[in-house]
Write a protein that binds this ligand. Structure first.
Ligand SMILES: [Zn+2]
Length: 187
C-alpha cells in the first residue's frame, strides 16, 4: 500500500500556499521535509558519530546545538530532555552510544533561564492531585544551574555502565549571548 500523506488528496480550491497556511504545525514540518529531501545527498555514513562525542543537553528551543557548537551532520549523538538531566534513560542512551557506537567524550549543556529553575517537586504532587496518580519520575527541578551541571557530571562519572568517563565536561549556555561557560567539576 502506498499513500502520499504529504500531498492533498483532493483538488485544492485555494492556491497551494493558502491551503497550507491552514494546516497544522506538523503539516508545515512535512512540507519543509520535502524541500530538505529534494536537496539531500546520501552522505554514506554509518551510525557511529564522526567526532565520537555525545552531547547531553536541555530540550530548550533557544539552544541550537549544531550551530552553537559548529557541528555537522553525523558528528555527534545528541541526547536531550527537560533540563539536560542525567536520568536513567540518558544513561541508557550514553551506554549504547559508548558501547555500541564508539563515542568516547561526553559534553553536558544546561543553560540560563531554564524552565526547571521555576519548578519544584511540588509539580509532582499537583500532578497526583489532578490525575490521581503520582509519576514514577522525579521532576529534577533545580535552583543552582552550576551545581546541577556538577551533579550531572558526577552521575556520568560514577555510572557503572559507562566505560569512558575521562573526558566528561559540563557547561552552561547563555541564551542571551550564545556563549558557553564551563563548569569546574570540583568547585
Ligand atoms: Zn532548559
Amino acid at each position: 500500500m502506498s499513500t502520499s500523506a504529504h500531498l492533498p488528496a483532493e483538488p485544492v480550491q485555494a492556491p497551494a500556499g493558502a491551503a497550507r497556511s491552514g494546516g497544522t504545525v506538523t503539516d508545515r514540518l512535512i512540507d519543509a521535509n520535502l524541500l530538505y529531501a529534494a536537496g539531500f545527498d546520501d552522505p554514506g555514513m554509518d551510525a557511529r558519530p564522526v567526532l565520537r562525542v555525545a552531547v547531553v543537553a536541555c530540550m530548550d528551543a533557544r539552544l541550537d546545538l549544531h550551530d552553537a557548537l559548529g557541528l555537522s551532520l553525523g558528528d555527534c549523538h545528541t541526547i536531550r530532555n527537560a533540563g539536560g538531566v542525567v536520568t536513567d534513560d540518558v544513561i541508557r542512551s550514553l551506554t549504547i552510544s559508548q558501547r555500541a557506537l564508539g563515542t568516547r567524550s561526553v559534553v553536558l549543556i544546561h543553560h540560563t533561564g531554564c524552565g526547571l529553575e521555576s519548578l519544584t517537586e511540588e509539580f509532582r504532587h499537583e500532578l497526583e492531585m489532578e490525575v490521581g496518580q503520582r509519576p514514577a519520575w522525579a521532576v529534577e527541578a533545580f535552583r543552582d544551574v552550576d551545581q546541577d551541571v556538577r551533579q550531572s557530571m558526577q552521575r556520568i562519572r560514577t555510572s557503572p555502565f559507562l566505560p569512558h568517563t575521562d573526558d566528561v565536561r559540563g557547561f552552561v549556555f547563555d541564551v542571551k549571548t550564545g556563549l558557553l561557560r564551563e563548569i569546574d567539576p570540583s568547585a
